[in-house]
Design a protein around this ligand. Sequence first.
Ligand code: KIV
Length: 263
Amino acid sequence: MMQTLASLLRMREEGIPIAALTCYDASFAALLEGAGVDLLLVGDSLGMVIQGKETTLSVSMEDMAYHTKCVAQSSKSAFVMADMPFGSYQENAQKAFSHAAMLLSAGAHMVKIEGGLAMSDTVRFLSERGIPVCAHIGLMPQSVHRLGGYRVQGKTEEEAKRLLGEAAALEQAGAAMLLLEAIPGELAEEITESISIPTIGIGAGSACSGQVLVLYDMLGIYPGKQAKFVKNFMAGASDIGDAVRRYVDEVKSGVFPGPEHTF
Ligand code: KIV
């Protein structure tokens, strides 16, 4: 089945979890959607897992457009979301539009930008001009230096209140999806219940409308330190396709993420 924004929204409404994974090339795009992945995220995590950098900050528009093209080339049924890299959307909404248009031309169906309230005018500008936007809140890897590291967000009452307000404001501005990273499961549940667009969680518990992991983390091939929310699906799997099918089955049945993967 061909996934669209409408079909993903229907999945949220029908309580069918959305299975998403990051993807950076054509071969994996075919394998992942063949194994039942609904949404492929061309993540700027490629700066770390493909380019070997410590952060995502040096990923360029050219990198993102290239990998989006590779994924879109062989993807036939999955919904393709592409990250706007650091520096490509923060300055003003007009520049954000030109860069988002490059990613849509490369084959993305939606772009993802990191940021809460400060990004709501940009979200509005893009979505009013026909570009579907996913807003990424909670732990925002492009803000790693401001956040002082890759830390869980939303742990205090004040932070939780701020994130709930940002989710509402971003939906109001036209965001068609929210990505929630590294926040307590209870807060992710509260956010998901307070809005009507799908939420995709990574380290945000099982109550989100869907789940995403970085492909190289769930295949156990990223040499860096693993976060609590990562599960290696290659353990016990016969091959990569089997590992991805196990991930999809566990997301769909609510087995993953378990309490051990949740803050
Ligand atoms: O770039 C990426 O892989 C992401 C994940 C953290 C979801 O945005």
